[in-house]
Design a binder for this molecule. Structure first.
Ligand code: MN
Length: 284
């Protein structure tokens, strides 16, 4: 069964960090979420004033952040002295677990900066595990060529269509995330298996697209939440289309969020604030 459009969560212009301009869809107005996804930001600018101040040192607890750079570079440094230089096309998959204090700073003073940051919740039993992260450079992300001239990058989970299965570098996560970046030429179809137990959405950042059966026009720069079914089917328009596909297993657990802390109870949030204020945040 083909999944149709269920809800649209528009990307609303806002800023975060030290004034980085971005568009927030999931996790934006009224903190509308799609379990297990807590937030999706798209940052996109040719003007360094919109991004160069970056995200100075800040904490996270209880979830994962995934940063995908379409253009530009980002340097990540954490409280343990770890450092990662994320280049164009690369992904950082950061598991905050019990706590990380890090900075995310653009490494350029001119040119375009474009990408996404996605927040994925952790199950209650994993929220206090030690922090860790994986920096995946562009050459380690499988890319397949479609027969219609399109291409698919597989960041997490697997591309699955008509017997072809290609797995991405991120595997073994409890929420079983799927993360694809799909580029289609004009008037091209794309299909992908998305098991019915996963919540899923598409975010189109270039071009135009129709989705579902019967086809419906999909808005640009919005989280397009998909309804019931086990398959995604899209058709690009005259300008082609570039979009990401995200899916994951819902956790169905209570969420209490206070900024960069996402736990299950208010007491756990109070503990996180107390730990942070008293330098107990990141003790292993
Ligand atoms: Mn961060």
């Amino acid at each position: 069964m083909i999944r149709n459009i269920q809800t649209i969560i528009p990307g609303i212009a806002t800023s975060d960090g030290a004034g980085v301009k971005l568009r927030r869809s999931i996790g934006g107005q009224n903190q509308v979420r799609l379990d297990p996804f807590l937030m999706l930001d798209e940052f996109s600018s040719n003007d360094p004033n919109d991004y160069v101040a970056g995200f100075p040192a800040h904490p996270h607890r209880g979830f994962e952040t995934v940063t995908y750079m379409l253009e530009g570079h980002m340097l990540h440094e954490d409280h343990l002295g770890n450092q990662g230089h994320l280049k164009t096309g690369g992904v950082q998959w950061m598991t905050a677990g019990r706590g990380i204090i890090h900075s995310e700073m653009p490494q350029q003073v001119s040119g375009a900066m474009r990408g996404f940051q996605l927040w994925i919740n952790l199950p209650a039993k994993e929220k206090m595990k030690p922090a860790g992260y994986q920096d995946i450079q562009v050459e380690d992300i499988p890319q397949i060529a479609l027969s219609n001239g399109g291409s698919v990058k597989i960041i997490a989970g697997a591309y699955e269509n008509e017997g072809t299965v290609v797995s991405g570098p991120i595997q073994g996560i409890t929420t079983a995330p799927l993360f694809l970046d799909v580029h289609l030429p004009p008037n091209a179809e794309f299909e992908q298996s998305i098991p019915k137990e996963l919540n899923a959405f598409v975010y189109m950042y270039e071009g135009d697209l129709e989705l579902g059966a019967p086809k419906q026009a999909a808005p640009k720069q919005a989280a397009i939440v998909l309804g019931n079914g086990d398959r995604l089917k899209v058709l690009s328009g005259a300008a082609g289309a570039q979009f990401i596909v995200l899916a994951g297993l819902p956790l169905n657990e209570p969420i209490v969020q206070y900024g960069p802390f996402v736990m299950n109870t208010r007491a756990e949030i109070e503990q996180a604030v107390d730990d942070y204020q008293n330098n107990r945040f990141v003790i292993a």
